[in-house]
Ligand binder design. Structure first.
Ligand code: BES
Ligand code: ZN
Ligand code: ZN
Length: 519
């Protein structure tokens, strides 16, 4: 998909357009009007380029019955452009526009349209600048065009339907708009690569595959350094938690370490720690089939860390980031770790295994302790950690856990809202930490009384024990592992959650830093 900026849209340029995005503002009396009070300049001008017959067609459609905000309609014209995608709203905000752009692109793709156009200046009356629109358009177009199933299905004889060109019409500075188009492209490409890695079938993506993905990202970016701990090195380091969970699989575990240095030399990094379970069968506490169905995506947190760092590097953001991805396959076998095992994690704390299916928190323990040796300013864990988070929150928000720092919690929630990767706070305090104190060991990977209540908080509290002494936030992204295809206008499968969130965190870092406590 290519983006083309047109600063002089004319009747002639409309001729090559298969589908044009046509926003229509419904006025307060619910009577449709093209353009709000004072009509956005560009929209008026663009409409002037339509033939008399086509103008009538559109006006007739709008007048035919009471139109409701939120409706959209594909309408065939006689002249040029060939089709319009009419979107009716009383107000267009960024969230609505992002969804409309996705719907617009998916409609175009379905219909086999190759050249589509959007006027980027139309929303200045809604306080959305043409430049912001440019990033929104390029980003959401690519985000919505992506479909993982095309990698595996046989190519139809006529080839896959593809939108080839998106024309962005604007009277503003073409260079500035082109720069913003690029930002949107970087974001969407990183999110889509993240989705691909997460969607990958589990027999074709083992822990070493996670390492390979990180190496590929580093090869494209000189400012990223990757180190991989293989099973031998993990043993030397005493990373027994990762080794224990990985023991049941014939594919050995890895710890992927990524370092991006965009900030000042010696500046303490943000540590992003992502769960990389390439398949979660549950281990000896085997999951029932319907619960195992999506568990090839149990490495989504790790994938988010890999591609967030890639995007942060491509955008050259002035921060230092440390990425850690413990990668394992959780499988049952004679070599598997067992219920009742006691494992000494990196750093010395011992873990009692109450359930081999609570494996994510176990591998994260080693990674968090290792992160602390690099003196990070803040540690953020991201993991498809608990089914309990899905039960609590549904599928729109990830759970956010911050112990005793309301300012940091608020800042992260805000970053969630701005990025579109939403977060909702859930409780974490000393009482929850007590719940996971071990009977025989320091901590247990299940509730000490085997209570299932508040399972997402128990998991967070387990991690919190290992994060002691560092600024720490935990994101349980199990609720956002997969898309809500209709509601979000995205293909089925992995949502690519976390990439936008961490890029936004890196962009807002100087502000977030002020909320942190210095020990
Ligand atoms: N990977 C799962 C959690 C999960 C469930 C992610 C559904 C996405 C969708 C995790 O490893 C797990 O199995 N957690 C257990 C913990 C329990 C055994 C304490 C759970 O949530 O049931
Ligand atoms: Zn599990
Ligand atoms: Zn898991």
């Amino acid at each position: 998909m290519k983006f083309h900026i047109d600063t002089k849209p004319t009747k002639q340029s409309l001729k090559r357009v298969d589908l044009l995005f046509l926003p229509v503002w419904l006025d307060v009396k619910e009577k449709p009007a093209i353009g709000k009070a004072g009509k956005p300049a560009m929209l008026g001008e663009m409409f002037a380029n339509f033939s008399v017959a086509d103008k009538r067609l559109i006006k007739n459609y709008l007048a035919s019955r009471t139109r409701k905000p939120g409706e959209s309609k594909l309408l065939r014209l006689n002249d040029a452009p060939a089709f319009v995608f009419i979107a009716l709203e009383t107000d267009f905000d960024e969230k609505k526009l992002a969804l409309l752009v996705r719907r617009f692109i998916r409609t175009a793709k379905q219909e086999g349209f190759k050249v589509v156009a959007i006027y980027a200046d139309d929303f200045e009356s809604q306080q959305i600048s043409a430049e912001r629109m440019c990033a929104l358009i390029s980003g959401n177009s690519l985000f919505a065009h992506y479909d993982f199933s095309e990698q595996f299905k046989q190519v139809p004889p006529e080839g896959w339907k593809r939108v080839e060109t998106v024309i962005l019409a604007t009277y503003h500075d073409a260079k500035k708009c082109a720069d913003m188009v690029k930002v949107g492209e970087i974001m969407a490409a990183s999110i889509n690569e993240c989705r691909t890695l997460a969607n990958y079938p589990p027999s074709d993506l083992k822990p070493e595959g996670m390492a390979e993905a990180a190496r590929t990202v580093a090869n494209e970016n000189k400012s990223i350094k990757v180190t991989i701990f293989d099973e031998k090195r993990l043993k030397q380091e005493g990373m027994n938690a990762i080794l224990a969970v990985g023991a049941g699989s014939v594919s050995p575990p890895r710890l992927v370490i990524m370092e991006y240095s965009g900030g000042k030399k010696g500046e303490h990094p943000i540590a992003l720690v992502g769960k990389g379970v390439t398949f979660d069968s549950g281990g000896l506490n085997l999951k029932p089939g319907d619960h195992m169905a999506d568990m090839h995506m149990d490495m989504s947190g790790g994938a988010a860390v890999i591609y967030a760092i890639s995007a942060i590097a491509k955008l050259k953001l002035p921060v230092n980031v440390l990425g850690l991805i413990p990668a394992v396959e959780n499988m049952p076998s004679g070599l598997s770790y067992r219920q009742g095992d006691i494992i000494k994690a990196y750093g010395g704390k011992t873990i009692e295994i109450g359930n081999t299916d609570a494996e994510g928190r176990v591998i994260l323990a080693d990674a968090i302790e290792y992160a602390k040796t690099k003196k990070p300013e803040l540690i953020v864990t991201i993991a498809t950690l608990t089914g309990a988070a899905v039960v609590a929150l549904g599928t729109r928000f990830s759970g956010l856990f911050v112990k005793g720092n309301k300012k940091l919690q608020d800042a992260l929630e805000e970053i969630g809202n701005n990025s579109g990767d939403l977060l909702w706070p859930l409780p974490l305090n000393e009482d929850f930490e007590k719940d996971v104190e071990g009977n025989l060991a320091d901590v247990t990977n299940t509730h000490k009384n085997n209570s299932r209540y508040g399972g997402a908080s128990s998991a967070a509290a387990f991690l919190s024990h290992f994060a002691k002494g560092a600024n720490f936030a935990h994101i349980d992204m199990a609720p956002r592992m997969t898309t809500n295809p209709e509601e979000e206008q995205l293909a089925k499968g992995a949502a690519g959650y976390g990439v936008r969130l961490f890029v936004e965190l890196a962009m807002q870092w100087s502000e977030v830093k002020k909320t942190l406590k210095n020990e």
